[in-house]
Design a protein around this ligand. Structure first.
Ligand SMILES: O=C(O)CCC(=O)C(=O)O
Length: 280
């Protein structure tokens, strides 16, 4: 095994941080010398610390979390499991599943149309555009959603004027990495997210520093299981400095509804809304 590795032309791990180095001359009394009589390989301890991939952290307890602090400010999360009681959550879930006008939205990426892998509907005085397609204004809030908005506003100490509803029909429905950073949401938007139905894993990853050239390998990652009746508040620089997703799952999952309360402002001029992370 060691000799096979020694004959390889890639003798050092990337970055030259140490590894096997071809050594001229016969084996000497140095420690860590390996050879087959023709070639000798010497193991060098790394001189630089190897770069570690940070372990994913789990947030599953009620509380407020400052997840990062940088030039753009503090990114904050607040997790409230049991925001709705089991009975309330059961009733709201079955009502919304049956009554909301769920539809599958068509988005566009580089001119190509694709169907979102989930169903949505939108409530708000203004339309909402993301991933190059628009959900039309809809001010017909069902009473249950208007009541929930009031309860969420009271818990958060913020007011919201719109609501994006997502229905994940099973474990294969998902939302890809993105941040809610459309200009229509304003700077440092507060997003309140209420989950109902099957527990799904909400993941966050920090935006890489510019010198990483878009490589997310070494960024901080968080995982938050969002269960029936849980409220999650994302605040401060979270949308600027982090992305989030709900990935597809290998195991069967039941349906899940997620309600994201937002404040939306009139759209800027066409062509001035690049957005950042397209949702898919
Ligand atoms: O389903 C969720 O928990 C996340 C939804 C989401 O990321 C979004 O609506 O932008």
């Amino acid at each position: 095994m060691l000799l096979a590795l020694g004959r390889d032309t890639k003798l050092r791990p990337p970055g030259g941080a140490g590894g096997f180095v071809r050594s001229s001359g016969a084996p000497s009394a140095h420690s860590g010398l390996w050879g087959d009589g023709c070639q000798v390989f010497e193991f060098h301890q790394p001189t630089k610390p190897l770069r570690e991939i940070p372990a994913e952290k789990v947030i599953d307890k009620a509380g407020e979390y400052e997840i990062s602090q940088g030039p753009t400010g503090v990114s904050r999360l607040r997790l409230l499991p049991g925001f709705l009681s089991q009975t309330e959550a059961d009733w709201v879930f079955s009502n919304l599943l049956a009554e909301l006008p769920w539809a599958q939205k068509t988005n566009f990426k580089q001119g190509q149309a694709y169907l979102e892998p989930r169903l949505t509907c939108w409530y708000g005085e203004l339309p909402y555009t993301y991933s190059n397609s628009t959900l039309q204004a809809n001010s017909q809030w069902p009473p249950v959603l208007a009541d929930l908005k009031g309860a969420v506003e009271q818990a958060c100490g913020r007011s919201f004027n719109s609501l994006l509803c997502n229905l994940y029909r099973d474990g294969k429905d998902s939302i890809a990495w993105h941040s809610d950073s459309e200009l229509a949401l304003g700077p440092q938007p507060t997003i309140a997210s209420l989950s109902l139905g099957a527990t799904r894993c909400f993941s966050l990853r920090q935006q890489p520093a510019p010198e990483e050239n878009g490589d997310y390998t070494y960024v901080e990652r968080l995982k938050i299981p969002l269960g029936h009746g849980t409220l999650l508040l994302m605040d401060g620089a979270t949308q600027e400095d982090w992305q989030h997703q709900v990935a597809k799952e290998y195991h069967d999952r039941g349906p899940r509804i997620n309600l994201t309360f937002r404040t939306i402002y009139p759209e800027p001029e066409p062509g001035r809304n690049p957005g950042r992370g397209a949702h898919s």
